[in-house]
Design a protein around this ligand. Structure first.
Ligand code: CDP
Length: 795
């Protein structure tokens, strides 16, 4: 009767449904200064926590003297690991089955690790108190480089693990080794390239924090938390603390950006909760910027070697990858898939590759733990970077056009659903259409002519054109492949239509700026024929919202959006029966007219009833066979991931005198299936591209040999400003997901995932005529200048 929204049509019938550029409902409060973030939460008797951190990266804690701190007027308590041990809270489990000290028990393993915590009547007193805590350390040699960490005489980071004598954590393999070796033996040509995807940090505008409030009368713990996954955090809080789950309430108010940084549980949360429990007053902990960069989870840090085997015509026959992953001092990567390296497994990208194999080793170092999915699906960013760089390397080896070699190797659109060599079933794609549109839009031939003209004229500035024709994997996930602490990764929605025809929608996913209050209302508006203004979306309170696994890895639309559409269809099903009763016809004689958002009698289009009228009837005149009321809930376990894709083109000018790279054009075509709100998507792409450009050009968390973080604040960790971000052109194609109820795929992370290789490919392309094959990120002027100089291209 109703096959769902038409992919190409702009729907919405004026009510703000699918495809409409509805202005974000949440922006009214944000732009009038009425956002409500964790640090805005104030409670009677609230205390403040400041954490004492180690100045050393590797050291035994010999003693901690609290005396002077306790003498500071206003300091209420000083906590150490010993104090937490009394409550069995000295350690906490990580998301990768490791155990992390909440406060250091014996040995510091990375700089700025949590050693003690001062609780005081205000934030400044807590900080003054922290300065007065005397800690004696015995320093040790540190190791901050994963490769050096695996050398036999490297300092041992984890002597707390029984029988552990090395910094090696695990080896993980995927694909078919033999078939891949055979492909290399038979190949006309093979290429190999080392590359390092540097350590970066999500650096959300709002740092991490919480207000923990133990209610001694009701024995209930309420934690306002900067959380991307409130329900999963409630379960973890309950598991760690032993407080029954129904007595734990996590409230995630407005969240100022997450990008994966707010998925893990951090020691600060546990300390604040423990302090509130012990003292019986609310305790606030909000970290400072440098604490955020230096101690909360980092992203990437993959050293990769890619090898490609191909025919002389450029048809890829095999891909072989070797990775060394730095996981920091604890194995704490926040990735809930069943694979230790998450979705790195998708490293064959958009290409029809018959044989592929990857081996990955992970190592401990004296650096903060991490490996989070910074605006990406669990290592898909590293995978996309690898394959998109390798295709460019191969094109140079064969002296073939980088667009053409992509076209030759694309999975053809007829091949979907496509089974990849590493075991994924890609749901849908049309890569060639996207590439064609991109080439046209940027006038590719014209750009190549200009590039040649500049070379002929020995111009001061070299022109480079870089591509990334990537495939993403989002929507974690089928519960069988993904879980958090055993909880399968479904998501949920509950829709309650009120008598006067407006609705409250509660969802299990958690916005951090993505606009769910608007786009999820649009899904319901589309499915129920209600006006988007009549729908309120709530999330972020575990006492009232249905259980969900949170928002990261662009899973909200694929999973939570699906749950919302299905819940709405359940409402519609019941509404149909009520409509039949109202119109005094049999239910079989009722049809839902999506365009007018009303039920009609078959063959009598003038006889109908709107959803608003049905809502009223459901409370005032419900039929004998139906309960009163109009609501439904859905828990949606997706049958598969969704596989959005893109065709990005970056055009750069490289200054031969200074090594400065100017991004002259960035064109991003994204295909995320059916689009709910094109304006929100465009905003997502703009933000993601800014982060991808920052990765390629500016950002890196660096350390000196002693483990001191040398880029641990915004003076040294170079977040871009509007000045560094070029104009961006966005575009789209629509290839619906065949298994998603509204044909939508995720989009939020595509630009961060897809853009870095396009930019690196462009810079390499500018220097390719001189034999340059690779340059590592971030492509700072001094690094680019050195490569130019080595290639004899400097002026
Ligand atoms: O999980 P997360 O919200 O970060 O990512 P997403 O599912 O890609 O959604 C980001 C924003 O884009 C949400 O507001 C979505 O509803 C919106 N979106 C859309 O309008 N149409 C799509 N096909 C995908 C996302």
């Amino acid at each position: 009767e109703d096959g769902g929204p038409d992919p190409e049509a702009h729907h919405g019938h004026g009510r703000g449904g699918m495809g409409q550029e509805v202005k974000r409902k949440e922006d009214r409060r944000f732009i009038t200064g009425r956002g409500n973030y964790v640090d805005d939460i104030k409670k009677d008797g609230m205390l403040h926590c400041h954490v004492v951190r180690s100045p050393h990266a590797h050291a035994y804690v010999k003693s901690i003297n609290k005396e002077r701190a306790l003498n500071v007027d206003g300091v209420v308590a000083v906590l150490t690991a010993e104090d937490l041990a009394e409550y069995d809270l000295a350690t906490m489990p990580t998301l990768m089955d490791d155990t992390q000290d909440v406060l250091v028990q014996d040995k510091v393993k990375f700089q700025s690790q949590e050693v003690a915590a001062v609780i005081a009547t205000d934030r400044y007193i807590a900080k003054d108190g922290a300065d007065k805590v005397e800690v004696k350390y015995e320093t040790l040699d540190a190791v901050v480089d994963a490769r050096k960490a695996l050398e036999p005489d490297a300092p041992l980071v984890r002597d707390d693990i029984e029988d552990n004598d090395s910094n090696h954590i695990f080896t993980w393999e995927t694909g078919d080794k033999e078939a891949t070796e055979k492909a290399f033996e038979d190949a006309d040509v093979t290429v190999e390239q080392d590359m390092y995807y540097q350590r970066i940090h999500p650096a959300p505008i709002e740092t991490c924090g919480c207000v923990a409030d133990w209610d001694t009368a009701n024995e209930k713990m309420t934690v306002h938390l900067t959380s991307q996954a409130p329900h999963a955090h409630r379960t973890l809080f309950s598991m760690v603390s032993g407080i029954p789950e129904h007595k734990v309430r996590i409230v995630s108010p407005d969240v100022g950006g997450g990008f994966g940084n707010k998925v893990p549980i951090y020691p600060g949360y546990v300390i604040a909760a423990a302090a509130s429990y012990v003292i019986g007053q609310p305790v606030k902990w909000v970290e400072e910027r440098s604490e955020n960069i230096q101690t909360t989870h980092f992203a990437r840090d993959y050293e990769m070697t890619g090898r490609v085997a191909a025919t002389k015509d450029g048809i890829i026959q095999g891909i072989d990858v070797d990775v060394l992953a730095d996981h920091g001092a604890y194995n704490a990567a926040a990735q809930p898939s069943k694979f230790p390296a998450g979705f790195f497994k998708i490293f064959t990208g958009s290409y029809d590759v018959p044989a592929a194999y990857c081996k990955l080793d992970a190592a401990y170092t004296n650096t903060a733990p991490g490996g989070i999915a910074y605006r990406c699906s669990f290592r898909v960013t590293e995978a996309v970077y690898l394959i998109e760089r390798m295709v460019k390397v191969l094109s140079q080896e064969l002296d073939m056009d980088p667009a053409e070699i992509r076209r030759k190797n694309f999975i053809p659109k007829e091949a979907f659903p496509y089974e990849s060599a590493t075991g994924w079933t890609y749901d849908s794609g049309d890569y060639e259409r996207a590439l064609d549109k991109a080439l046209d839009a940027v006038d590719y031939d014209g750009l190549r002519e200009e590039q040649q003209r500049r070379l002929d004229a020995d111009d001061d500035k070299l022109l480079g054109i870089g591509f990334s024709t990537f495939t993403e994997i989002v929507g974690a996930g089928p519960g069988k492949q993904c879980d958090i602490a055993g909880v399968e990764m479904f998501d949920s929605a509950e829709i309650r239509v009120h008598p006067t025809g407006n609705a409250t929608v509660r969802i299990g996913v958690q916005t951090q700026g993505q606009g769910h209050e608007t786009t999820f209302a649009q899904i319901v508006a589309e499915e129920l024929g209600l006006d988007v203004e009549d729908i309120t979306v709530e999330h972020g309170d575990t006492d009232t919202d249905p259980y969900g696994l949170g928002t990261y890895a662009s899973r909200s639309t694929p999973v939570g959006g699906a749950a919302t559409a299905v819940a709405a269809r359940k409402v519609r099903e019941k509404a149909k029966s009520i409509a039949a009763n109202e119109l005094e016809v049999a239910e079989e004689d009722i049809v839902w007219d999506r365009s007018s958002g009303a039920f009609q009698v078959k063959g009598a289009p003038d006889r109908g009833v709107t959803m608003k009228e049905v809502a009223f009837a459901s409370y005032t005149n419900s039929p004998a066979n139906e309960e009163p009321g109009l609501e439904a809930v859905d828990y949606y376990d997706p049958p598969n991931m969704t596989f959005p894709f893109g065709a990005y083109v970056c055009v750069v000018e490289v200054d031969r005198e200074t090594g400065e790279v100017d991004i002259r054009k960035f064109y991003a075509l994204d295909d995320c299936g059916n689009r709910i709100n094109p304006m929100v998507i465009e905003g997502q792409v703009h933000g993601g591209l800014a982060q991808g450009i920052a990765t390629a050009m500016l950002e890196e968390v660096t350390f000196d040999d002693n483990g001191n973080v040398t880029a641990g604040d915004f003076m040294n960790y170079l977040l871009p400003t509007a000045m560094e971000i070029p104009h961006m052109d966005t575009d789209y194609t629509v290839t619906p997901s065949p298994h998603h109820p509204i044909g939508a795929k995720g989009v939020g992370e595509s630009p961060t995932v897809g853009s870095p290789p396009a930019i690196v490919n462009a810079v390499v392309d500018a220097m390719a005529h001189a034999g340059v094959r690779h340059i590592d990120m971030p492509m700072t002027p001094d690094r680019v200048w050195s490569v130019l100089n080595e290639a004899g291209l400097t002026l």
